[in-house]
Design a protein around this ligand. Structure first.
Ligand code: AMP
Ligand code: MG
Length: 411
């Protein structure tokens, strides 16, 4: 048996980000940038009003009360043509360019216009620059907007769009093939034959991939024959950046994934017994021609999902160019016991965590242990990482990876 750290290091050591290419901005959410992007324009592009009101010269209001002549009305999208001279003001709408001569805005709520609409009474001193958004307030021309390694989020997308930048050079989202192996597996919604079960792993892995921002590719079900598995893996190698299979990596008489892998990619194929529970048997290989990594996860559905979190997801994030590979892990307070037995393995236990009034994350419930108990973990939002020992008591702390950051508030 090897430790989790050793297995993880083995997986990550030869993986590099996928070659970057150009992406249209609309397809770039979540991608990792591979070349610096600089601002083409200042933002704001021109000095403009941040309020509906009156553009004026602040010095005219120095004495606290002044009546100004209204010389123009400027809407957003207009070009102001009349300059504002001393003693004058222009009606201005939010986002409209400040006219020449004006340096400040008095908001409409603080101004009273005469009945004919020709003059406006300003009854307080307006500060220089008040309610004006200045050129380059947010961005200067040439400024670095995006550094290498930056992950494109919604706000950054908005910044780039506002700069008229149509595409970015970024690492692609890995396309990841998912293959279930097992003679017992079926996709049928109808009655199953004796001894058959429905495939749970492929749907949950395809969903896990999508949720983590990768592109899932369904490679179907392969029977427990070297021919079937070889054909499916070959298909995956031709179309995917990575392949994940489940089942067939253990020591059973129908566990062919390891031998097929060795035939396909030779020496790089390695099957490991990792000191974790669940998910001990694990196969990994990198295709020497294409560099495509292959992950062979154990078939029990909980083992599959733990293997995804521990090995696959960090590795795929490396391919995607991400520098943060892991889920956030926090020390959480146990509001219930976390039983385990001493077995020389790191235990990965699905739990539900909740942010409490003390500002801390608390473990509210612990899933029943069992690598086949998929329903028992279906509601979990974290995986406790429990070192070998005799379990933990209520009130003790445990480190847990948060796998669903959107559901920490409880119900
Ligand atoms: P294996 O790793 O192939 O020895 O499978 C271990 C256990 O997980 C067996 O009970 C399988 O029937 C079950 N299993 C394997 N693959 C799947 C799957 N895709 N969906 C549900 N159960 C599975
Ligand atoms: Mg099997």
């Amino acid at each position: 048996m090897i430790s989790y750290d050793e297995a993880r290091e083995y997986v990550l050591k030869d993986l590099r980000p996928l070659a970057p290419t150009e992406f249209e901005l609309k397809d770039a959410l979540g991608l990792v940038i591979a070349s610096v992007v600089r601002a083409r324009e200042p933002s704001p592009r021109f000095a403009n009003s941040s309020m509906d009101g009156f553009a004026l010269r602040a010095e005219d209001t120095a004495n606290g009360e002044v009546r100004l002549e209204i010389v123009d009305t400027i809407f957003a999208g207009d070009v102001a043509t009349t300059a504002v001279e001393t003693g004058e003001a222009a009606r201005i709408m939010t986002g409209a360019p400040l006219p020449d001569g004006a340096d400040s805005v008095c908001m409409r709520e603080e101004a009273s216009v005469d009945t004919e609409g020709k003059t406006v009474l300003i009854q307080r001193t307006v500060k220089l620059g008040e309610y004006v958004h200045l050129v380059g307030d947010d961005v200067n021309v040439g400024q670095e907007l995006v550094g290498i390694g930056t992950v494109i989020g919604p706000a950054l997308l908005g910044v780039l769009a506002s700069q008229g930048i149509a595409s970015v050079f970024a690492h692609p989202r890995p396309r990841v093939g998912v293959l279930s192996t097992g003679n017992e597996l079926s996709d049928s919604y109808d009655d199953l034959g004796a001894g058959m079960i429905r495939d749970a792993n492929r749907p949950s892995l395809l969903a896990s991939l999508a949720r983590s921002g990768f592109t899932p590719v369904d490679l179907g079900i392969a029977g427990d024959t070297p021919g079937d598995i070889t054909e499916a893996l070959g298909r995956g190698l031709r179309t995917c950046d990575a392949i994940v299979s489940t089942g067939g990596v253990s020591v059973g008489d129908a566990d062919f994934v390891k031998s097929v892998l060795a035939d396909l990619v030779g020496d790089s194929a390695r099957s490991m017994q990792v000191a974790i529970r669940p998910g001990k048997p694990f196969a990994f290989a990198i295709d020497p021609t294409s560099g495509t990594p292959f992950f062979g996860l154990a078939g029990n559905p909980v083992s599959t999902l733990v293997g995804f979190e521990l090995f696959v997801r960090p590795a795929l994030r490396r391919l995607a160019g991400q520098s943060e590979l892991d889920r956030p892990t926090a020390s959480m307070i146990l509001d219930c016991p976390l039983p385990r037995r001493r077995d020389g393995k790191l235990n990965l236990v699905h739990v539900t965590a909740q942010l409490e009034g003390d500002g801390r994350l608390h473990v509210k419930s612990v899933s029943r242990l069992g690598s086949h108990l998929l329903n028992a973990i279906a509601d979990a939002n974290a995986i406790a990482v429990v070192p070998d020992g005799d379990g933990l008591e209520t009130g003790q702390e445990v480190a847990a990876m948060i796998i669903d950051t959107d559901r920490l508030n409880g119900v």
